[in-house]
Design a protein around this ligand. Structure first.
Ligand SMILES: NC(=O)c1ccc[n+]([C@@H]2O[C@H](COP(=O)([O-])OP(=O)(O)OC[C@H]3O[C@@H](n4cnc5c(N)ncnc54)[C@H](O)[C@@H]3O)[C@@H](O)[C@H]2O)c1
Length: 159
């Protein structure tokens, strides 16, 4: 069996959304340590800046980007391709839980819609943005993180 520590990313450009905290940050730290050019996306500018300092990312390796906006995604991915020439992998960890402890009939539609915009549309828009260049290079890996809360459903967490 291959040890996970043998997985190296030398020469790879890896885009991570939601990179400023949590699973995205841990992924960025690990993958950067294994040789990749990590490109961090997040809408939390302050936390993104902390990560950029920690990993010594250059200005074109971190982008403030709200993935609930297709326009912001397209601009960020275009800038990454212009600066780095390719995207070998996309890891989409940006996600929100939305209203919790709320019965379905009490959920406001704007709150429900926001969860769809980030967790569903954001995943689709990121995928659509990176696929053409991956096809051109005949290589690409895309990882979307989900939650058991979405797969199976939890009481009070309907969005
Ligand atoms: N932590 C867990 O135990 C767990 C378990 C199962 C699934 N997940 C899923 O994994 C994903 C990441 O979880 P986490 O614990 O790292 O969460 P987190 O809240 O620590 O990190 C999410 C990151 O995404 C960013 N983000 C949120 N909305 C964004 C947007 N619109 N545009 C850009 N960035 C945005 C946040 O600023 C944050 O940095 C989520 O989808 C979560 O549902 C987490």
């Amino acid at each position: 069996m291959t040890s996970t520590s043998s997985v190296e990313f030398n020469g790879q450009v890896v885009v991570i959304s939601g990179a400023a905290t949590g699973i995205g940050k841990a992924s960025a730290q690990l993958i950067a340590a294994r040789g990749a050019t990590v490109i961090a996306l997040d809408f939390n500018a302050a936390a993104l800046s902390e990560l950029a300092n920690e990993l010594k990312l250059s200005a074109n390796q971190s982008h403030v980007c709200d993935i609930s906006s297709q326009d912001q995604i397209d601009k960020a991915i275009s800038a990454i391709l212009k600066d780095h020439g390719k995207i070998d992998a996309l890891i989409n960890t940006a996600g929100i839980v939305g209203p919790s402890n709320t019965v379905v009939e009490d959920v406001n539609w704007p709150d429900f819609e926001k969860v769809l915009q980030v967790n569903l549309y954001g995943a689709i828009w990121l995928t659509q943005a990176v696929i053409p260049s991956m096809k051109e290079k005949k290589y690409g890996r895309i990882v979307h993180l989900a939650s058991i809360a979405g797969k199976e459903g939890n009481p009070g967490l309907s969005p």
